[in-house]
Ligand binder design. Structure first.
Ligand code: ADP
Ligand code: ZN
Ligand code: ZN
Length: 752
């Protein structure tokens, strides 16, 4: 990097991250500075010497050149962990388009002077049966508060103190009385760690395993690369239960032996208590965990501990990637296909890509793992950029379930208009009779109101984008129109199927609540639990529902995509996927991939224990490749079909796509700005085989009185898209538009 000037961030310890200040580079430091380096600069009126970080080296003068001061010197130890974070922030800014401040806030925890809040928990000292017995005893003595608490603790051995005093309405005195009696313990601190001693019995089950031949091969290849100085990206493709986590742990252990540190990303929803126990068991307090429940202060403490070398392993969701380890040697991304790795706020980065950059900076290895790898990663593996490993067998036992695909068009023909196909209905009845459990899964993720024919399965699609059209109705539910989320193509709603003429062409509507009601009607004796956004609003409700179901407190669990992750229920022998089409026609190019993933995962919920499982997939499109291959658990063929589609339509990863979202409080101005930017892209890059879609009003045209316009640009080369972004950013800068009024999203994962 060359240039005569350096843009420097001076103070990063305040909540308000400052803008960069420009300095001159003195002769003696020419060519010696790199981004992220700490330097000493004179600052402010008094020219107080301060530490700053180089953000950019440039020849472009941004202030009055005569007034610019010189950098003093380089801080001895050069690029620090914090410097690395800043370099990463810079890379994120460059690649995803955002303000530097937003990028910095992403990589650095906000330091806040918070009062140290002590989190208290009430922990049950008695085992479940004793707790139950005590609860009954108290109830008989009419000591209702005590009874309430013991009963709750019997199923949930640790409870937040505040929940006990508020929700359960148990007073401090009562809790203290129970503590005196030796029934409970009050603990103030990190709950995860403190519950461990009480769980030693459980820990015994998680002894380090003798690795299987194929597991050992993976560990050995990666470590051999590492020791010979090769840093690469690896993808482990293996069904749930095939031993990936065991491989991760072995890799981490060997990296630790090499004196390096590790970060393991795992989607929050899949970060189960069991996984944590396994890691603590193996690595003790060298491990720390990050989750969204941590306050900003706690998060910054965690980073602090990492920076000081108090820990060597960080486990957590997306944000754990920014743990400032000095000696980072390994990043693992489990369930790498998960959407939650993509940030939905600015900067809209993908953790997998940022991890790639981070590993390069730190000279570390990157390991991805999944039962259903993302099309992106598999594509790179096929091209030889990623080394692919496959784990085929399930080590924990349990056979793959038998899968039925039920054609809902046939159901209609026989006069069955219920949500349940005949097969699903009879299998539910069968399970109720056998006292085995059922999961019913309604996949609403990305659901955007597609319109399909119940008689022939025809789906209304955009003629230009080959994605499903979404139905929009006016507020009287009368006049409907069908809209494409990408290009804005619009047509009036249809009353007859253009394919077969049937009048059963309708928007798809079904909710978990309706299913629950129908179950009560059809199977009055069944105990039904429902899990969706509504029933999981309160803290812990998610865990409570799952543990109730795991303890066989219900026969049927109805839920959205939330229920397919992480948990093993030994008694579940039937999984019903009620409307596979909901995700199949989500109106974006990833609909097929998401459907395949969800169907495969949901199917994997059945038959995890000793009892064999069955799966029923209900759909109007049994011939769709995502359904066919999911039913056969055949990733390879799914990939082949999917990548062919992406290639023809120029969707990622066969090509790249950039969404440009223009926000304005002025309807007309916003539209003009979007038009202007799109026209500029076309004019400047038009000869480069760039495809412009839009601009059009965004799918959600207005949020909080801010109008939203969207256009997309597709190109085979990612670099062309970043060049377009840079050009547009210059215009935005030159026109002095608000920097936040235009958002960029590369290879977008959701609709706008
Ligand atoms: P995944 O992460 O792919 O779901 P895990 O690593 O959790 O798989 O392994 C699934 C189960 O198999 C766990 O109970 C684990 O303890 C067990 N397991 C993994 N590897 C081995 C092994 N080499 N020998 C015996 N059991 C193993
Ligand atoms: Zn039809
Ligand atoms: Zn379209």
């Amino acid at each position: 990097m060359t240039g005569r000037f350096a843009n420097i961030i001076v103070d990063i310890s305040h909540e308000k991250v400052d803008r960069p200040f420009q300095y001159r580079i003195p002769e003696k430091l020419m060519g010696k500075l790199t981004v992220g380096m700490a330097v000493i600069i004179p600052f402010g009126r008094g020219n107080k010497r301060m530490k700053g970080y180089v953000m950019e080296i440039t020849d472009r003068v941004e202030y009055d050149e005569k007034k610019l001061k010189y950098i003093d010197s380089i801080v001895k130890d050069g690029v620090s962990a914090q410097g690395d974070s800043l370099r990463l922030a810079w890379w994120i800014r460059e690649n995803y388009g955002s303000t530097m401040i937003a990028a910095l806030k992403t990589v650095l925890p906000v330091k806040q002077k918070l009062k140290q809040v002590v989190k208290k928990t009430v922990i049950c000292k008695a085992d479940m049966n004793t707790a139950m017995a005590k609860a009954e005893e108290f109830a008989k003595k009419h000591q209702n508060a005590k009874a309430r608490l013991m009963k709750e603790l019997a199923t949930q051995p640790t409870l937040p103190y505040t929940l006990v005093t508020s929700k359960l309405n148990v007073t401090n005195q009562t809790i203290q009385a129970l503590e005196k009696a030796g029934l409970v313990e009050i603990q103030a601190e990190d709950t995860y760690r403190n519950v461990l001693p009480g769980m030693m019995a459980e820990l015994d089950g998680w002894k380090k395993k003798q690795l299987s031949e194929s597991q050992r091969t993976i560990v050995m290849s990666i470590m051999k690369d590492y020791k010979t100085g090769i840093r690469s990206t690896y993808l482990i493709h293996g069904v749930t239960g095939s031993g990936k986590t065991e491989v991760y742990m072995e890799l981490i252990e060997q990296m630790l032996n090499e004196g390096r540190q590790a970060i393991m990303l795992i989607p929050e929803i899949a970060l189960t208590y069991q996984t944590l126990v396994r890691f603590y068991q193996r690595f003790g307090d060298r491990v720390s965990v990050m989750n969204s429940r941590l306050s900003a202060g706690e998060r910054s403490d965690q980073y602090e501990r990492a920076a000081q070398g108090d820990i060597d392993i960080m486990i957590g969701p997306r944000s754990a990637l920014f743990t400032p380890f000095e000696r980072l040697g390994l990043v693992i991304i489990d369930e790498e296909h998960e959407n939650s790795y993509k940030s939905e706020s600015m900067p809209k980065y993908h953790a997998r890509e940022v991890a790639g950059e981070l590993c390069q900076m730190k000279n570390a290895s990157l390991v991805l793992g999944s039962a259903t790898p993302s099309i992106e990663s598999y594509y790179r593996a096929k091209k030889g950029e990623i080394q692919l490993f496959t784990l085929k067998e399930r080590l924990a036992g349990g056979q793959l379930p038998r899968v039925y695909v039920e054609d809902l068009r046939d159901e209609l023909k026989t006069g069955n208009r219920s949500i349940f196909s005949r097969r699903l209905y009879s299998l539910i009845a069968d399970r109720l009779q056998k006292r085995e459990q059922t999961i019913l899964f309604l996949n609403r993720r990305g659901y955007a109101g597609f319109v399909s024919c119940r008689a022939c399965g025809h789906v209304m699609k955009c003629p230009h984008c080959d994605v499903s059209l979404s139905e929009h109705t006016d507020r009287f539910q009368k006049n409907s129109k069908l809209v494409c989320h990408y290009c804005g193509y619009m047509m009036p709603g249809v009353t007859n199927c253009p394919q077969c003429g049937s009048k059963y062409i309708l928007g798809f509507r079904a909710g978990t609540q309706q299913i629950e009601e129908l179950l009560h009607k059809e199977f009055p004796a069944a105990r039904v639990l429902r899990m969706d956004a509504d029933t999981t609003k309160t803290k812990n409700s998610y865990e409570q529902i799952l543990s109730q179901f795991a303890n066989e407190g219900a026969d049927i669990l109805v839920g959205t995509q939330m229920i397919v992750k992480g948990h093993d229920f030994a008694k579940v022998t039937l999984v019903g996927i009620l409307a596979a089409d909901m995700s199949l026609h989500a109106g974006d190019y990833r609909a097929g991939e998401r459907t395949f993933q969800l169907l495969t995962q949901a199917a994997g919920r059945a038959g995890r224990g000793a009892l064999p499982g069955e799966v029923v997939i209900q759909t109007y499109q049994p011939e769709h490749y995502a359904v066919v291959h999911a039913a056969n658990q055949d990733y390879e063929h799914f990939y082949a079909d999917e990548i062919a589609y992406r290639d023809i339509m120029m969707y990622p990863p066969a090509a790249h796509m950039m969404a440009v979202l223009v926000l304005s409080d002025n309807e007309k101005l916003g539209a003009e700005q979007a038009d202007m930017l799109a026209a500029q892209a076309k004019r400047q890059f038009g000869d480069q085989r760039l495809v412009l879609i839009g601009p059009t009003e965004a799918c959600i045209g207005k949020i909080n009185d801010i109008y939203r316009y969207i256009f997309y640009i597709k190109h085979r080369e990612y670099q062309v898209l970043t060049a377009v972004k840079d050009a547009l950013e210059q215009t935005i800068h030159a026109m002095e538009w608000n920097a936040d009024s235009v958002q960029f999203d590369f290879d977008p994962m959701n609709n706008y």
